[in-house]
Design a protein around this ligand. Structure first.
Ligand SMILES: [Zn+2]
Length: 238
């Protein structure tokens, strides 16, 4: 059995979380065969705040990596399916390794530049820069916001994001197998629209995983991130 990326819904709001989860898992399953299966645990919370979502640190158990994202119900009603799916795709990106052990060995923490070993394996990393600003959870876990602004894996979410081929290609260095490369910079909405139409054919495999396993872990990031000093707080641009 090959590994896969799937989800567990704990609570929902009119099926919106489930729809987003399916689309987001289809996105990553299309590009990557992960080293270990991934279960992203999704739920809803009620809070009168500006927080759209909260993501928690992934943890590993019995060869499965577990991620967790909770959405604020008040925003679920306001955002469309693809916007919610976009947030889930970003958070699964972290669960697949953006910001964790292996990722941290790929670049220089001072400059954000990738080491020769990394650029040799994935040449597109030569023009990439890791975010060195921001609070914990933002710095060193994303592409540099100033340079890559609307890319999926920058730390600040935008209304019209895109995906760079390197975001898929770097997965190889995080231990995963890239099944399908992304040929060029592509609109995230376009990719998500395609992925929302895919029927998930691996339900039997997904059911074999321990989907219910839960462990409390520290908060990884909130969406939107608080802007670091000196930057205009734009939160999530509409
Ligand atoms: Zn992030």
């Amino acid at each position: 059995m090959s590994q896969l990326i799937t989800y567990k819904i704990v609570s929902d709001e009119k099926g919106k979380v489930k729809k987003a989860a399916r689309t987001a898992c289809n996105f990553w399953n299309r590009f990557v065969s992960p080293k270990s299966s991934v279960v992203i645990r999704l739920g809803v919370f009620d809070e009168d705040s500006d927080t759209i979502a909260m993501a928690y640190e992934p943890h590993r158990r019995a060869g499965v990596v577990y991620g967790r994202v909770d959405f604020n119900a008040k925003y679920l009603a306001r955002y469309d399916d693809l916007e919610i799916a976009g947030t889930v795709v970003h958070e699964i990106g972290h669960t697949l390794g953006f910001g964790w052990a292996k990722w941290m060995t790929l670049f220089d923490e001072e400059t954000g530049k990738f080491k020769p070993r990394s650029t040799k394996a994935v040449p597109a990393l030569e023009s990439m820069l890791v975010e060195t600003d921001g609070d914990e959870g933002t710095a060193l876990a994303h592409w540099d916001e100033d340079t890559f602004d609307k890319e999926l894996m920058t730390g600040y979410e935008d209304a019209s994001e895109h995906v760079l081929p390197v975001t898929i290609a770097v997965m190889k260095l995080l231990g995963h197998r890239v099944k399908s490369t992304l040929p060029k910079k592509t609109s995230l909405r376009k990719l998500l629209r395609e992925c929302s139409a895919i029927t998930f054919k691996r339900k039997a495999e997904a059911k074999k995983l321990d989907l219910d396993l839960f462990r409390e872990t520290p908060l990884l990031e909130t969406v939107p991130h608080p802007r670091p000093r000196g930057r205009r707080g734009r939160g999530r641009r509409r």
